[in-house]
Design a binder for this molecule. Structure first.
Ligand code: KG4
Ligand code: ZN
Length: 346
C-alpha cells in the first residue's frame, strides 16, 4: 500500500490531494482545489499573478489536504508534483515546495507531466477506465488524441495544429462577449441555439481522408474561430449569440468525435477516456457516447472536479511511476513545454 501527496500548480489552480493504494486499486483520501478567481477580471490567466497566488495558498492547501486525509507527513511514501507543462513561474512554486517538503521529511519526489495526470483522472472515479483505451485530452492548453496501450505507453495519434479546444471555446466566448473561462457559457447558450442558422465547416474532416495521411487524426480550431468572427460582423451579436455558440460548438464537437471514433475503430479499442476541462462539456460527452456506441465502445468522462486541473490526478500518475521505482532527483526543474513521457512510435 502506497500513500502519496500530490501537488498541482501549473496554471490557476492551487491543488493538493492524498491518495492511497496499489496498482489500479487506488482510493482518494482528500482533494483540495483553490481556484484563483482573480484572473476573471483580466479575461485570462496573468502568469505573474498566478505565481504569487500559488505562493500564498500552497501551505494552507497542502495542510488541509493532509488534515482531510487524516495523514501526517511521516505516513507518506512520496510526494508527486506537476513539473511540466504549464506556466513556469506557477510550476516552480509547486516544484520548489514539493522538493523542500520532501527533503525536510526524507521523502522521495516524483515529477509528473500534467497531461499524463489528465490521462489518469478518469480512473479515479471509473475503475474500468484503464488501458487499453483511446484517449482524447481536451484542455485550455492542449488537445491530444492518444492510444494508450498500457499505463506509461502512449502513442500520439493526433494533436491540434493551432489552438487547443478549450482555447477555442474561450476565444469564441470572448467574441460573443461572454466571461472567462468561456467554455461553460458557450455550452449553456448553445442549448438554446438553432443548429441550422450557422453551419460552420468541420475543421480537418473530409470524407476521403485515409489512415496514414497526416490530417487523418489531427485537429485545428483557429479557422473555425475566424469563421465565427466573420459571422459576428454586421449582425446583432447579443441576439445571435445562442445560434453562433451552437454553430461553433456543433462543428468543434463533430471534429473531436470523428477523430476519436477513427482512432478507437482503427485500434479496435473498447474504451474511450476523455480528460481535460473541455470534458466537462456534457454535449460533447453525449455526442461521443452516441457515435462510439456504433462500434460498441464505452466512453468514460470524469466529473468536472476531476476533469479540470486537480492534484488527485497528479498523485495518481505519480503513484504509477513511484511503484515502477521512478524517483526524481532534487534538481527536478519546471518546464513550460515537455513531451508527455512514455511516447512510443507507431
Ligand atoms: O484542463 P483545464 O482545467 O485547464 C488546462 O489545463 O488548460 O481546462 C480549462 C478549459 C478552459 O478553456 C475552459 O473554457 C474549458 O476547459 N471548459 C469547457 C467547459 N468547462 C470548462 N469547455 C467547454 N465546455 C465546458 N462545459
Ligand atoms: Zn489541465
Amino acid at each position: 500500500m502506497t500513500r502519496l501527496l500530490g501537488i498541482e500548480t501549473s496554471c490557476d489552480e492551487t491543488s493538493a490531494a492524498v491518495l492511497e493504494g496499489h496498482g489500479d486499486d487506488v482510493a482518494q483520501r482528500s482533494l483540495v482545489i483553490l481556484s484563483q478567481d482573480v484572473h476573471r477580471v483580466f479575461g485570462g490567466v496573468v502568469p505573474e499573478i498566478a505565481s504569487r497566488a500559488h505562493l500564498t495558498s500552497i501551505v494552507p492547501v497542502v495542510e488541509r489536504a493532509l488534515a482531510e486525509a487524516d495523514t501526517r507527513l511521516q505516513e507518506l511514501d512520496a510526494i508527486a508534483v506537476t513539473h511540466a507543462p504549464g506556466l513556469v513561474g506557477a510550476l516552480l512554486v509547486g516544484v520548489s515546495f514539493a522538493k523542500a517538503l520532501a527533503f525536510a521529511n526524507g521523502l522521495p519526489v516524483v515529477g509528473v507531466h500534467h497531461m499524463e495526470g489528465h490521462l489518469f483522472a478518469t480512473t479515479l472515479e471509473h475503475p474500468e477506465a484503464v488501458p487499453p483505451f483511446t484517449a482524447l485530452l481536451v484542455s485550455g492548453g492542449h488537445t491530444l488524441l492518444l492510444d494508450v496501450e498500457s499505463w506509461g505507453r502512449y502513442r500520439l495519434l493526433g494533436a491540434t495544429r493551432d489552438d487547443a479546444a478549450g482555447e477555442a471555446f474561450d476565444k469564441v466566448a470572448k467574441l460573443l462577449r461572454l466571461p472567462y473561462p468561456g467554455g461553460p457559457h458557450v455550452e449553456r447558450l448553445a442549448k438554446e441555439g438553432d443548429a441550422e442558422r450557422y453551419r460552420f465547416a468541420r475543421p480537418m474532416v473530409r470524407g476521403n481522408q485515409q489512415p496514414g495521411e497526416p490530417d487523418y487524426y489531427d485537429l485545428s480550431f483557429s479557422g473555425l474561430k475566424t469563421a465565427v468572427l466573420n459571422a459576428t460582423r454586421d449582425v446583432d451579436v447579443e441576439r445571435e449569440r445562442p445560434h453562433l455558440a451552437r454553430g461553433f460548438q456543433d462543428a468543434l464537437i463533430d471534429a473531436l468525435v470523428e477523430k476519436t471514433f477513427r482512432a478507437a475503430r482503427a485500434l479496435d479499442r473498447e474504451r474511450v477516456v476523455l480528460g481535460g476541462g473541455v470534458a466537462c462539456n456534457r454535449t460533447l460527452v453525449t455526442a461521443m457516447r452516441a457515435r462510439l456506441a456504433e462500434i460498441g465502445a464505452e466512453v468514460y468522462a470524469p466529473s468536472p472536479r476531476l476533469a479540470t486541473d486537480n492534484a488527485a490526478m497528479i498523485a495518481r500518475a505519480g503513484l504509477f511511476h513511484f511503484e515502477r521505482g521512478e524517483r526524481s532527483p532534487l534538481d527536478l526543474n519546471a518546464y513550460a513545454t515537455l513531451p508527455i513521457p512514455g511516447l512510443v512510435t507507431a
